[in-house]
Design a protein around this ligand. Structure first.
Ligand code: NI
Length: 141
């Protein structure tokens, strides 16, 4: 982490909004407002990375699917092999006799990651899935 001095500044908020800030901070177990506000700003930077900045980023896709759906595992594997440059790792968990959870790590442009994720999510037999944008954290400090 670069050695950069913290800068203090004063923020004025309506009392009600300040109570909301403290409620959210406490609910998410932050010990102080500064660390909470820093992470809110970092979350905005990740959003910006995924919407406005060119270049490579990373994401995590979860997939829950029925192990018994005909040819689904073959299709999932085919797509993952075809997209081997984008999919860096996959973890398969057998949740019960019929249901699988797969966690897939993706790397590439936001557009490419979304495209591969959507291809996997759209397969028949995938019951639930969610792409979670992550970051290479180049601009978060
Ligand atoms: Ni399984």
């Amino acid at each position: 982490m670069p050695d950069e001095r913290a800068v203090r500044f004063t923020v004025s908020l309506p009392a009600r909004l300040m109570r909301t800030l403290d409620r959210l901070r406490a609910g998410r177990r932050y010990a102080n407002r500064s660390e909470f506000v820093r992470d809110l700003l970092r979350a905005e930077l990740v959003k910006e990375e995924w919407t406005r900045r060119p270049g490579e980023t990373v994401g995590v896709l979860s997939l829950v699917y029925d192990h018994g759906t005909r040819a689904l595992e073959d299709k999932l594997t085919d797509i993952q092999h075809h997209s081997y440059r984008t999919i860096t790792a996959a973890l398969h968990i057998h949740l019960d006799a019929h249901t699988c959870l797969e966690v897939v790590a993706l790397r590439g442009s936001p557009r490419r990651i979304r495209s591969v994720a959507n291809e996997l999510l759209a397969l028949k037999g995938v019951r639930y899935g969610q792409l979670v944008p992550a970051t290479r954290a180049k601009r978060l400090t």
